[in-house]
Design a protein around this ligand. Structure first.
Ligand code: ADP
Ligand code: MG
Length: 385
């Protein structure tokens, strides 16, 4: 689960990490008023669930309130496209108006999970700011990494080593040690899968400050934090993902043209692999899980049909706990309600498979039933040819 920069900054600040003074605005008039309170000169920052805003015009230094308002209007008026959003971009519903800080140096800092070692890893670089991806590609030796042992946690001497590697000395170095220790506490206590400060800056006046912040919470730990669900900004999510979530269906958007309805995550992976092998490109997959009802299948099918990239539907179901005739009823119900004329190929096996196939064949839909997974995948790819 993601949150906005301003929310991440509030959390960091509650752990003693300095952040710039700022206010969140929901309208361009509020942007203007906030800018006035900041004294005119300030930084206007679009809040979206993606980075790369600086380079895409989502972060701007303005010099007087009217300029802030004008810029706010522009940001609210259309989706912001950055290198991380995809071509459709993300709508801006909130803008952070922040004091303009005089920056002397910019660093990169993050703590995230290292999946190879199953440990938190602290990553730091003196070459922080907007080009960190390039630094990682071209000069990986400038990126410092430290794996954190969960038993001992982050030790001050380790934090000091990192601070020195960043080239910090004296009191700023000690401030950085404290900041790193606090950052690790945020990670643990807030169940984060990522906490990133890019850039962490040293101001002209010599203070450390988090100038940007990104936090992702571990979805499996959200239930431990009552306040998290209210922090979500639904305008940043795919509406179909929200609907799927309501019905407890796992929906993943992909880039191709074949909508996939499957039961079980393992079967979903296998289905995508086989489709790809046959030359097909999945538009999404929707996992209805083990014991779905007719209504749930119908809802899943409806979600797939609402994805405008879908040109054909591939259903791959193994009827173990689920019965194939129940699945067939769900498909027929949803396809009928939508007057669906898209080609549908179904591969099903297991309980009541003959009944299920018969129902589909007699449904009047543009449906074919494959003999096995390979045959069915070949058919849908051919039909979309
Ligand atoms: P993104 O990472 O999405 O591009 P950032 O919040 O990192 O967005 O902002 C981009 C750049 O803008 C930062 O690297 C920093 O140099 C500058 N910046 C951001 N906020 C401020 C601020 N309050 N004062 C001065 N400069 C800022
Ligand atoms: Mg940034």
């Amino acid at each position: 689960m993601n949150i906005h920069e301003y929310q991440a900054k509030e959390i960091l600040n509650s752990y003693g990490i300095p952040i710039p003074r700022g206010m969140v605005a929901m309208t361009s008039d509020q942007v203007e008023r906030a800018a006035k309170m900041m004294g005119g000169r300030c930084v206007v920052k679009a809040q979206i669930y993606a980075g790369g805003r600086g380079k895409a015009g989502g972060v701007k230094l303005v010099h007087y309130p009217e300029q802030a308002q004008e810029y706010g209007k522009e940001l609210f008026s259309r989706p912001l496209v950055t290198s991380q959003t995809g071509p459709e971009g993300l709508r801006v519903r909130r803008i952070l108006v922040e004091e303009a800080v005089e920056i002397a140096r910019e660093f990169y800092l993050s703590i995230t999970l290292d999946r190879e070692t199953s440990l938190y890893v602290l990553i730091a670089s003196a070459e922080g700011g907007m080009d960190i991806e390039e630094v990682a590609n071209k000069s990986p030796e400038k990126i410092h990494k430290l794996l954190i042992d969960p038993l001992t946690g982050l030790r001050p001497y380790q934090a000091r080593k990192i601070s020195l590697e960043l080239g910090l000395t004296g009191t700023v170095c000690e401030d950085c040690v404290e900041l790193l220790m606090n950052l690790y506490r945020v990670c643990q206590e807030k169940d984060c899968s990522l906490v990133e400060i890019n850039p962490l800056v040293v101001t002209r006046a010599g203070w450390l400050m988090a100038m940007d912040a990104k936090i992702a919470f571990d979805d499996n730990a959200v239930y431990r934090h009552r306040e998290y669900p209210d922090m979500m900004d639904y305008s940043q999510l795919d509406p179909l993902e929200i609907t799927a979530g309501k019905y407890d269906l796992a929906y993943i958007k992909l880039t191709g043209s074949i909508g996939c309805l499957v039961n079980g995550a393992g079967l979903a992976m296998a289905t995508l692999d086989v489709l790809k092998e046959c030359g097909g490109e999945p538009a999404n997959f929707l996992d209805v899980g083990g014991g779905a009802t007719r209504e749930k299948v119908a809802e899943a099918f409806r979600i797939i049909l609402q994805d405008r990239d879908v040109k054909g539907v591939f259903v791959n179901i193994f009827g173990g706990i689920m019965r194939c005739d129940v699945i067939a009823h769900g498909i027929i119900e949803a396809a009928g309600a939508f007057n669906c004329t898209l080609p549908i190929v179904v591969r099903m096996d297991g309980s009541k498979v003959e009944e299920g196939k018969k129902l589909l064949r007699e449904s009047g839909l543009n449906v074919q039933v494959g003999d096995d997974l390979g045959d069915a995948a070949t058919r849908i790819v051919k039909m979309l040819g």
